[in-house]
Design a protein around this ligand. Sequence first.
Ligand code: CMC
Length: 388
Amino acid sequence: FGVMTYDPAFMNTASCRSAITYLDGEAGVLEYRGYPIEQLAEHSTYLEVAYLLVHGELPNQKQLDEWTHEITIHTFVHENVRSFMQGFRYDAHPMGMLLASVGALSTFYPDANKIHDPETRYLQIIRLIAKMPTLAAFAYRHNMGQPYVYPDNDLRYPGNFLSMLFKMTELKYEPDPRLERALDVLFILHADHEQNCSTSAVRAVGSSQVDPYSAVAAGIAALYGPLHGGANEQVLRMLRRIGTKENIPDFMQGVKDGKERLMGFGHRVYKNYDPRAKIIKKACDDVFEVTGVNPLLEIALELEKIALEDEYFVKRKLYPNVDFYSGLIYEALHMPVGMFTVLFAIPRTSGWISQWLEMIDDKEQKIARPRQIYTGEREREYVPLDKR
Ligand code: CMC
């Protein structure tokens, strides 16, 4: 043991070495395996990005075809998983349902605990990426009181998800290509973000060498919390509360007086414009072309304009983060707010599982076991119950 330092929330401690995601918060740079997020969002697809994260390199056409095929044939879940989900209360939170269902998958694939066998663990990686949209869509349909829709494996990954969410007749669901692309871009942007709270949870739990379903369930649990995955929901509530442009000056004064925060602004690591927020802003336009403009967009744009010029925000380096605009898109897609975090968990699965894989193969990695600074009593004499 070296000298023990006190570092609550590990703000200054690197818990691992990683070659997956590079983030420079001062410069507003985000790269997956060295590729800038802007290029990936423009040219790539989520499944290609998932391959990149897991394998470290972009696939060639043959590799991408095989990867896509493998994921596509694993989209269905066991019928008992479906029954298990149907057992939830009618108003169960979709994120709670997802968390429990992913944990339950470990009991359907008991071999998953052979984490040092490359073939077995590769299969679990494929299964996790493949089944996450199915579980997410089942949770949504459950919440809406609608029958679950099975995957349609003729469709691409985001289109298949849209079909499982929105298909209402026996006819084949034809996803709008603009919505499909916007969803694909959102998935790319959310795929990984280095050692955030949920990824750290996956690594910590995975370091006990438990199966990957249980480790990913831990990540989902961390993401469920309002300080992590829940901020876009808060942005939407804030925009609804402001209601009209006329109310903005009063609201902003309240923020500057410290009464509340401008949700969707500021970031622990980014002290510049979050590069993902710029891309999402553009995706908004594409989605609204199909769904009609979300009236809250006008308020969001005005808030951003004011904040970027206001001394309070400039001095503190507060810029829009990824959550400022994503909620507007989800709402335009008629997603209940409870689904927002689920929509984050689907793509983050590829990041979690890549980080898990890297950790398992890292010879320096031991079981996560932080130390503490003990602040309690010492060496007290036990007092019998009748003497207390
Ligand atoms: N609105 C108004 N003031 C703010 C805001 C905000 N959104 N964020 C930070 N500040 C102020 C804060 O009051 C403090 O001012 P002062 O120095 O006068 O006390 C200063 O800026 C520094 O804030 P901090 O709380 O020390 O910064 P942090 O790095 O601990 O917090 C944050 C980062 C994201 C928690 C915070 O900016 C925040 O609460 N933002 C709103 C919630 C939000 O949008 N969260 C989503 C984050 S992105 C999610 C992801 O990447 O997964």
